[in-house]
Design a protein around this ligand. Sequence first.
Ligand SMILES: Nc1nc2c(c(=O)[nH]1)N[C@H]1C(S)=C(S)[C@@H](COP(=O)(O)OP(=O)(O)OC[C@H]3O[C@@H](n4cnc5c(=O)[nH]c(N)nc54)[C@H](O)[C@@H]3O)O[C@H]1N2
Ligand SMILES: Nc1nc2c(c(=O)[nH]1)N[C@H]1C(S)=C(S)[C@@H](COP(=O)(O)OP(=O)(O)OC[C@H]3O[C@@H](n4cnc5c(=O)[nH]c(N)nc54)[C@H](O)[C@@H]3O)O[C@H]1N2
Ligand code: SF4
Ligand SMILES: [Mo]
Length: 711
Amino acid sequence: MQSTVTPTHCPYCALQCGMNLTPAPDGTVEVSERTDFPVNRGALCGKGRTAAAVLAPGVRLTSPLVRDEGGALVPASWDEALDRIAAGLGRTRAEHGPDAVGVFGGGGLTNEKAYTLGKFARVVLGTSQIDYNGRFCMSSAAAAGIKAFGLDRGLPFPLEDIPKSGCVILVGSNLAETMPPSLRFFTELKENGGTLIVIDPRRTKTAEQADLHLAPRPGTDLALALGLLHLVIAEGRVDEEYVRERTAGWEDARAAAMAHWPEYVERITGVSVPQLRETVRLFCEPESAMVLTARGPEQQSKGTDTVGAWINLCLATGRAGRPLSGYGCLTGQGNGQGGREHGQKADQLPGYRKLDDPAARAHVAGVWGVDPDSLPGPGRSAYELLDALGTDIRSLLLMASNPVVSAPRAAHIEERIRSLDFLAVCDVVLSETAVLADVVLPVTQWAEETGTTTNLEGRVLLRRRAISPPEGIRSDLEVLHELAARLGVEKGFPTDPEEVFEELRRASAGGAADYSGITYRRLAEENGVFWPCPAEAEVETPGEDAGARPGGEAPAVHPGTPRLFLDRFATPDGRARFVPVSHRATAEEPDEEYPVLLTTGRVVAQYQSGAQTRRVAELNSAAPGPFVELHPRLAARLGAAEGDPVAVVSRRGRAVAPARITNAIRPDTVFMPFHWPGEGRANTLTNPALDPTSRMPEFKACAVRLETVER
Ligand SMILES: Nc1nc2c(c(=O)[nH]1)N[C@H]1C(S)=C(S)[C@@H](COP(=O)(O)OP(=O)(O)OC[C@H]3O[C@@H](n4cnc5c(=O)[nH]c(N)nc54)[C@H](O)[C@@H]3O)O[C@H]1N2
Ligand SMILES: Nc1nc2c(c(=O)[nH]1)N[C@H]1C(S)=C(S)[C@@H](COP(=O)(O)OP(=O)(O)OC[C@H]3O[C@@H](n4cnc5c(=O)[nH]c(N)nc54)[C@H](O)[C@@H]3O)O[C@H]1N2
Ligand code: SF4
Ligand SMILES: [Mo]
């Protein structure tokens, strides 16, 4: 018998690399190269290559678990587990009202699941208290993009544009470790004569590729961007005609930048004035240039303003909404983009509609067959929701996140989770958060189910089912269907992903993220479609590069939108908005007691809270545990040698991990990856100070002191 090959996509990051899956006779599945997907052209990182390991029965959950009277989690039937969840959530709702029931989702969920989870919260539970882990991810960039451009889509152009640009500034992205196959676009940029500038307090694998590496103090990117804009103005490099024709608000932004003298910026950031000048020269001289941000500048209590400042730099120099130029955010999770468009965010309805917009409520309520007035209003943001557990929020349904490891001030959040009246978790493995649940439901994984994701380019993709799930596993959609029925809503929660997508198309129609012209058939035939893609193909929007249609005939349907803003921005008057921003300090500056800055991030072989990748032997041996990266001078002052356990202490707690001494980091800064629970958990230390607009916590900068540990 010949085995069938299924072309699909990786379960992990926002690159959504294409891969082929081939079922083996023993029920496992083999991952192999798929060369027809343009983003990765066959290349996979170690996580993608080994993703099938998490499908194995010894690794994953295979039965629902319920807490018995003795307090142990024991296997149970689906009916018992589902009944208990319906009873737990229902009891809280009856006793404390709908807003005492919380829902927490994830950017790893497919569009169909994210959509259904949002609908479940608002229609079945009637709660406003839903948010998701994407709030911890790209919410600052999203907020800034909406302010400036009227629309948030991670990249406004396909990755394939990068090599053709003149200069790319990568701000706080370590994509050589976080999206390895994408490094190709940047090496091609250099081969084509373009310049790569990397801004990171550490000389990362990505920074090693750069023509110019700036290493600012963590939390000072806002000042850095303002200093660059100051020089652009002072050196007469403003594109006056573009500013006049395509933007609004320049005068105020200009005045704010003028207050940020290069010498002042040098003092704040530690980046020298000659380096600032060189950056401006490299950015402004070519015909086209891009700024791409990732979590470095975004995960700050001023992340929205910081991204706004980088957008201002692009606007002042005419580098947005023009070919091979623009600002983009490198979204992180597998469906980090789609996950924020279809209604699992506290303030959103499907199609990237606003929950407080009466027209949006009426449209979505129409699709859902409910009274618009029955839809709750906006709820709390992710950290605020987690912080309210056990007090205002008494029961929680958690799907696809592991906050015990990944939330800021994690010891406090863990304690909040433990104080809940009732916790239900849907996961593929027994994560550190699932262990605390009253009921755990085992769900199907990427290779076992069909669904769509939207990658960091805004390209909607079809993930296909390649194998059957093991006996005893159900999908997230089946779980929500069953729970809805038990809570009295028999209709409107289909279990077939395509049926959900058909409804999502209607719900998104006319919204900012319009998917109504996208079908599963098109996704399969065209290898992905860029949103917005309305159902009615009016006259093709001039200036948009729609890409060639198969067959070459005139498009009968909307071709999708690979490139945004070429003619106008998505604001009412079509102009981009400058935002007047000024530098401000991080929420917690170093002082005598806590004299060092801690920043956090990732390593190539582990994914997020590590719930999945820590269970893969090959990845675990490549990255077996946490560490504290510090400069030799700091290590000498501390009296620590390579590998010695070092205690990192902040106002929130204490973590211990081995020292990794390197002069690739600033001497005033230490770095810890956040993939591990226990003693070395980085988030025991992090500061939940929130950005006032995006409600993003300050994962990237807090004050700590270091201590040696006797072993
Ligand atoms: N291997 C791996 N890949 C992943 C993930 C993973 O967990 N593991 N997660 C995925 C997800 S969800 C995301 S969001 C992306 C994240 O992708 P990235 O944003 O690339 O990842 P991080 O390591 O969090 O942060 C990037 C860099 O920011 C730097 N940085 C720290 N503080 C500052 C600062 O104040 N300013 C500046 N300019 N830089 C700073 C860090 O030194 C780090 O090198 O990765 C995705 N891909
Ligand atoms: N200190 C520090 N903390 C951080 C960050 C940082 O840079 N520094 N980054 C933040 C960022 S950007 C992010 S995105 C978050 C991520 O942190 P988390 O939200 O904890 O993300 P994951 O570890 O991916 O957790 C996903 C969980 O869902 C499960 N899962 C996977 N697929 C499915 C599915 O289809 N259905 C269900 N039901 N479950 C599924 C996985 O097994 C896993 O347990 O961490 C944030 N925390
Ligand atoms: S880069 Fe991201 S999408 Fe590609 S194989 Fe690695 S984890 Fe998967
Ligand atoms: Mo993320």
